[in-house]
Design a protein around this ligand. Structure first.
Ligand code: IFL
Length: 442
């Protein structure tokens, strides 16, 4: 009898031990997730550096219904991986908007929190296909800008204020002030959190994996380019913004303890032009790594119609902007990713096959800075160029997107082809692939 009891005890102990060390189907091994230690990302016990792209429409292409094109998506994923691009930054939640230049359909239908099942299945498909290719995703959950509905749509829903499209009115300050009311609207925050909860706890209909247990998702991101407000009113609301960053990141962290949380902020240029405020709003322990964006044309550093006069000073300013942000990451002891940068095609053309020498040169410059920092074991660990446009084409004379058209890397409020890297942009793909090779060798 004693022998039987001892044997049972041994078996029970062994079963418990196995249960402890072996991940269940629901819970993958913890080293499958990207983690952060100090200024570095780790994956599989090794430092993780990556070459990434923005593909906001990834889940749209994955949708089984009308918006989707799964064949295009899988071909593009193959092409991306072939060139060493293994990290994609993707729009996870769009909001239904009446604006002419907003994407449709959208994930979030209304204030009742109804979600478009077709687009959710699109995200399931995208994640399943990315997993097959060992890719990682950064999923953003809202947008400061209006092209996917975004924060201004939440404000419209809960205050009745009409969204005035700044691309049409040209009035950016009032638009930003209105968008930033989102952080201070309790009902909007409650809906936003419900949507986040629904997504983070969703079970992928293809893989059966709960999203929060899916190592393909490297990071949940609060929003695309969240700003405190306009340059005029942002300071007055900076503390609300900072609190929102900290508390929302904390909320997601509890739901998704294995995945990283990031803000999607542009850096100093998206924080009232003030690097100290950027640093302060990203000091939160709930924010795992820093993001920044760099737009040499939008910020008036480069004029594509006068490239010879403006390019070299744009490069100097860009280098300065990068080193300022790397220094912040060092002080906060967190990794940093340049998750948006882009340049137009030469002369401001949009079409496939037109020259891209300034873009190629700019990408190569950015990549050299990253490689140098990686070699020195610094915090500048990855990038996502904006944006991947793949096989998209358009016949529109004004190059503006309309429902049912191909999705480009450029969102619907911008000319289709503006910053897109196409599948036939061989020279750019060569620059990117070379960077991927160089990173591997470091
Ligand atoms: O397309 C724009 C996108 O909305 C963004 N930042 C800048 C891009 C280029 O203008 O997030």
């Amino acid at each position: 009898m004693r022998k039987i009891i001892v044997r049972c005890f041994v078996l029970l102990a062994a079963a418990l031990l196995v249960g402890c060390v072996q991940p269940s189907a629901e819970q993958p091994a913890s080293d499958a997730f990207v983690t952060v230690k100090g200024q570095q990302f780790y994956l599989g016990g090794k430092p993780y550096h990556y070459v990434g792209a923005n593909m906001w429409y990834g889940a749209y292409l994955g949708a089984p219904g009308i918006a989707g094109d799964r064949e295009r998506l899988t071909r593009e994923l193959d092409l991306l991986v072939e060139h060493g691009i293994t990290n994609l930054r993707v729009l996870a939640v769009s909001e239904t908007s009446d604006l002419m230049r907003a994407v449709r359909p959208a994930v979030l239908q209304n204030t009742q929190g109804e979600l478009d099942t077709d687009l959710l299945r699109g995200m399931d498909f995208l994640l399943a296909e990315m997993a097959k290719r060992d890719m990682k995703a950064v999923l953003y959950l809202n947008n400061f800008w209006q092209w996917s509905g975004g924060m201004s749509q939440y404000v419209a829903w809960f205050t009745g204020t009409e969204v005035l499209d700044p691309d049409i009115t040209g009035k950016w300050n009032p638009f930003m002030e209105n968008s930033a009311r989102f952080y201070r609207l309790e009902e909007a925050q409650a809906l936003y959190r419900n949507v986040i909860r629904a997504l983070v706890t969703r079970t992928n209909s293809i893989t059966g994996t709960v999203y929060s247990n899916d190592p393909t998702i490297m990071s949940w991101q609060l929003a695309n380019e969240p700003r405190p407000g306009s340059d005029a009113d942002g300071r007055a609301h900076f503390d609300d913004f900072s609190r929102w960053v900290d508390e929302t990141a904390g909320f997601i962290k509890e739901l998704a303890p294995h995945q990283l949380i990031s803000t999607g902020n542009e850096g100093a240029m998206g924080t009232l032009g003030d690097a100290d405020l950027f640093e302060r709003s990203h000091a939160s322990a709930n924010v795992d790594y820093l993001t920044f964006h760099m737009w040499i044309k939008n910020w008036g550093w480069f004029d594509v119609t006068q490239p010879e006069e403006t390019y070299s000073s744009a490069v100097s300013t860009a280098k300065q902007y990068m080193s300022e942000h790397v220094a912040i990451a060092e002080r906060l002891n967190k990794p940093i990713v340049l998750e948006e940068f882009g340049v137009e095609r030469n002369g401001g053309a949009f079409d496939h096959g037109t020259p891209v020498s300034y873009r190629d040169s700019f990408y190569a410059m950015v990549y050299r800075v990253i490689e140098k920092n990686v070699a020195a074991e610094g915090p500048f660990v990855g990038s996502n160029f904006w944006a991947w446009g793949g096989f998209a084409t358009t016949d529109r004379e004004d190059y503006m997107w309309q429902k049912g058209d191909d999705f480009f890397g450029d969102p619907p409020q911008e000319a289709q082809g503006l910053n897109s890297v196409f599948a036939d942009d061989k020279s750019t793909l060569k620059v990117i692939a070379q960077h991927a090779q160089n990173l591997k060798g470091l």
